[in-house]
Design a protein around this ligand. Structure first.
Ligand code: UN1
Length: 521
């Protein structure tokens, strides 16, 4: 971002409240004992909102990374000894602290990432919600008891902490996705090393400070939650590091494959939440009002930069013209601009590279035969000086187009037509490499249940009369195929963060063998 403005008073205040003194390299690595001479290159962070320089961070090098891992190992020795309900108490306090800081943190998310303030607040709320869920888990890390086939034997399974959990997160949910992983991992007795996106490290520093306050108030070591700001090199060190038994990574399929391969090669565990190519099906029995609202939120919310964003709209031919007409009325009236302004619905994209990808995808799809119906322009003028503001686009396309098959992380909605029964729409929806989120709008029970059945959507998330984005934290979140197969957040996702052990205890004076085997010596 070439346009560097000075920080507004409001933002200076926010940074102060969150104690984000990013120019202090110690904070940038999460090591409060660090010194200014340590670390690699310095990276400037500019806001996508106005191009202003928000701060500079030191990128970690291998030496810093080593220090962070050592710190985490020490933290684990303390943390794993605490009974889970006591760990839950610490997470309860983190949830309270997040409530206190909800507004400044939400604002910083908006300013550093570009999503509208309502969504920035929503993201912090997601963190608070996951803390509450983790507190509940702290007394419910249940295993089963089984009946042994041998007399006077007892059998059960239990869950133990694993050690260090590595979290690699993306720019688009700079804080919530860390919290999903970190709070669940921590309540299970693990410590966390977090590598936030290098595009949004300042919100990472803010979270680190919030958590550090709670740890300090409870006389706990800071190595329980660790931060390491670095580039792909650090991600690679984490993926190859046997001291990190579980790496959870969110981002592109390309990145996830690298992480998965490296972690798999050492037979570690990886939890991958990667690209989506999410579709909404609008059937002939849809409530159009609801379908349109969900579509617009899904397609332009977060400027099309959610992994759950709606990218494809699969419409029954009988409703196609109606949908098109309604969308073409709404799109030109979307307020695009400063995401801190309460009236704005669409903020900027994260950076110039994202804008270039948006333009390129539109160019490519038109070459394939797609028809651009609305949007696609990059906005110019003083209010858009960062150069990151675009008009969300709608393109009439065919399901098999290369661009339609790909995830472009941008506000582009492809309109696709289907004929006949709902099975036809489901087949179009499933016929992509990704498998994260999906939705159907219908008032017809048969269509809805078919969509949810084994022959329905092949995605990790399948919704009826709800859009593709905006999942609650209570469910397990993730998807199939190129989305990576991981599940994080709610339901029983916590089990993946623990080491499972089966225990059999013999309280007899005999030593019977299972399966009735006789072995007399
Ligand atoms: C993401 O985009 O990586 O379901 C996560 C949603 C949000 C999370 C998205 N709760 O849209």
């Amino acid at each position: 971002m070439e346009t560097t403005q000075t920080l507004t008073n409001e933002m200076q205040q926010v940074l102060q409240t969150l104690k984000v003194d990013s120019l202090n390299p110690a904070y940038s690595t999460g090591l409060h004992s660090g010194s200014a001479t340590e670390g690699g290159a310095t990276k400037e962070i500019h806001s996508p909102v106005d191009g202003a320089l928000i701060g500079s961070v030191k990128m970690a090098d291998e030496a810093i990374y080593e220090k962070v891992v050592e710190q985490a190992q020490k933290g684990f020795m303390v943390w794993r000894k605490m009974p889970a309900p006591q760990r839950g108490e610490i997470i309860r306090q983190i949830g309270l602290k997040l409530r206190e800081y909800k507004e400044p943190l939400g604002k910083l998310v908006t300013y550093e990432m570009g999503k509208i303030y309502q969504e920035g607040l929503g993201e912090v709320q997601e963190m608070i919600d996951i803390c509450d869920l983790a507190v509940g888990h702290s007394r419910q890390l249940y295993g089963f008891t089984m009946h042994s086939e041998r007399p006077n034997h007892r059998m059960y399974d239990q869950y133990h902490p694993m050690g260090i959990v590595g979290v690699i997160s993306a720019f688009n949910f700079p804080v919530a996705v860390w919290a999903w992983n970190a709070m669940i991992a921590a309540v299970c007795g693990n410590v966390v090393i977090w590598k936030p996106s290098e595009k949004t490290p300042l919100t990472g520093i803010a979270c680190q400070n919030i958590v550090a306050e709670v740890l300090k108030e409870n006389d706990l070591p800071e190595g329980i939650f660790n931060l390491v700001i670095g580039d792909a090199e650090i991600g690679s060190l984490m993926s190859h590091d046997r001291r990190i038994p579980l790496v959870s990574a969110t981002g592109s399929t390309r990145m996830g494959k690298k992480v998965g391969e490296a972690v798999g090669a050492r037979l570690g565990k990886s939890l991958l939440e990667l690209g989506g190519n999410n579709a909404i099906i609008i059937t002939e029995h849809a409530d159009m009002e609801m379908a349109i609202r969900a579509t617009v939120f899904g397609a332009v919310g977060t400027c099309g930069q959610r992994c759950t964003s709606t990218r494809r709209l699969i419409i029954h031919e009988s409703r196609y013209e109606e949908v098109k007409e309604r969308l073409l009325k709404i799109y030109p009236s979307l307020s695009i601009g400063n995401p801190l302004d309460g009236k704005t619905l669409v903020g900027p994209m994260i950076d110039h590279e994202a804008v270039a990808n948006f333009k390129k995808a539109l160019q490519n799809v038109q070459q394939e035969g797609g028809k651009l119906l609305v949007g696609g322009e990059v906005l110019e003028g003083e209010s858009y000086a960062s150069g990151n503001y675009v008009k969300p686009a709608i393109v009439e396309a065919e399901p098999q187009y290369e661009m339609v098959q790909e995830e472009t992380f941008a506000p582009i909605l492809y309109l696709l037509k289907y004929q006949g029964e709902v099975e036809e729409a489901i087949s179009i929806q499933n016929n992509v490499k990704q498998g994260l989120s999906s939705a159907i709008f219908t008032q017809n029970l048969l269509e809805a249940e078919t969509f949810l059945s084994y022959q329905g959507s092949d995605c990790g998330i399948a919704n009826v009369n709800i859009g593709t984005s905006g999942a609650e934290i209570g469910g397990a979140f993730g998807g199939e195929k190129d989305t990576g197969g991981g599940r994080e957040s709610g339901s029983d996702a916590w089990k993946f963060y623990m080491r499972r052990q089966t225990n059999t205890i013999n309280y007899s004076t005999e030593l019977p063998l299972a399966q009735g085997i006789e072995f007399n010596i």
